[in-house]
Design a binder for this molecule. Structure first.
Ligand SMILES: NC(=O)c1ccc[n+]([C@@H]2O[C@H](COP(=O)([O-])OP(=O)(O)OC[C@H]3O[C@@H](n4cnc5c(N)ncnc54)[C@H](O)[C@@H]3O)[C@@H](O)[C@H]2O)c1
Length: 248
């Protein structure tokens, strides 16, 4: 498994699954672009990577606009001259009951969870095409597989969209040897899952065959092999990383 010297953009990398993925990629020798709407936390992740002997820069941005997606790739190219790996991880999951969902929040969730899967991937792949090599990993969710629980209806729709987009884009970019896959985590012990109440949490854990939540690092351990140069024949796939809670 090798990501040595590859330039990797990881979105939502200031904490949680994104920070763990950025750290693991850097450990494998990748040069990591840490990007997130949280600038100070992004700088901290970069400092931690450098302290461990890795290479990283922070390019903070709000990933919800097409302009931001295109600028992020342009800034990465300006700094490193290439990009070979993209991990589309940034996401939000506000817990909103069906009857309380607003149009503004619906649009915001689409803009952060789904829009960059298309526009950032397109911008990155346009840079990857010339080198005839690329790896893209999109972070979906079990909600995208089976529909969401805990007031996550629209969230689940965005994550189902991530899976459909992964397959379509995988077909589109295959001729340039760009492989595009998804991971679908179950509940992970990050800030995102904190909003679920204690009772719901216990009820959820009871349904997990491995009887616990995942840690962010365990999701990173599934993402990074899909970024590897030695992973050459898997594209358009979804890897379930959920302790067995959903088997499809
Ligand atoms: N935690 C879980 O239980 C769980 C389960 C399945 C899937 N996921 C998915 O994993 C991914 C990472 O989530 P996490 O659990 O690490 O949560 P998290 O909230 O810790 O991390 C999400 C990151 O995305 C960033 N972000 C949010 N809006 C952004 C924007 N507009 N532009 C740039 N960055 C933005 C946040 O600042 C944060 O650093 C998300 O896509 C999430 O949907 C999480």
């Amino acid at each position: 498994m090798s990501v040595q010297d590859r330039v990797a953009i990881v979105t939502g990398a200031a904490r949680g699954i994104g920070a763990a993925t950025a750290g693991l990629l850097a450990k494998g020798g990748a040069k990591v672009v840490v990007t997130d709407i949280e600038a100070a936390l992004s700088e901290q992740v970069v400092a931690d990577i450098r302290a461990g002997g890795g290479e990283a820069i922070a390019l903070p941005c709000d990933i919800s606009s097409v302009e931001a997606c295109e600028r992020l790739v342009a800034d990465t190219l300006a700094h490193y001259g290439r990009v070979e790996i993209l991990v589309n991880n940034a996401g939000i999951c506000p817990r909103i009951p069906v009857d309380e969902m607003t149009e503004a929040m619906f649009d915001r969730m689409m803009s952060i969870n789904l829009k960059p899967i298309f526009f950032l991937t397109r911008a990155a792949c346009n840079a990857m095409k010339a080198q005839q090599f690329g790896r893209v990993v999109n972070v979906s969710s079990t909600g995208g597989r089976i529909g969401g629980v805990h007031n996550a209806t629209v969230y689940s729709a965005t994550k189902g969209g991530v899976l459909a987009m992964t397959k379509s884009l995988a077909r589109h970019y295959a001729p340039w040897n760009i492989l595009i896959n998804a991971v679908a985590p179950g509940a992970v012990n990050t800030r995102m899952f904190e909003s679920v109440g204690k009772e719901s949490l216990e009820a959820y854990v009871d349904t997990v065959p491995l009887k616990r939540l995942a840690e962010a690092e365990e999701i990173a351990q599934a993402i990074v092999p899909l970024c590897s140069a030695s992973m050459t024949w898997v594209t358009g796939a979804t890897l379930d990383v959920n302790g067995g809670v959903v088997m499809v």
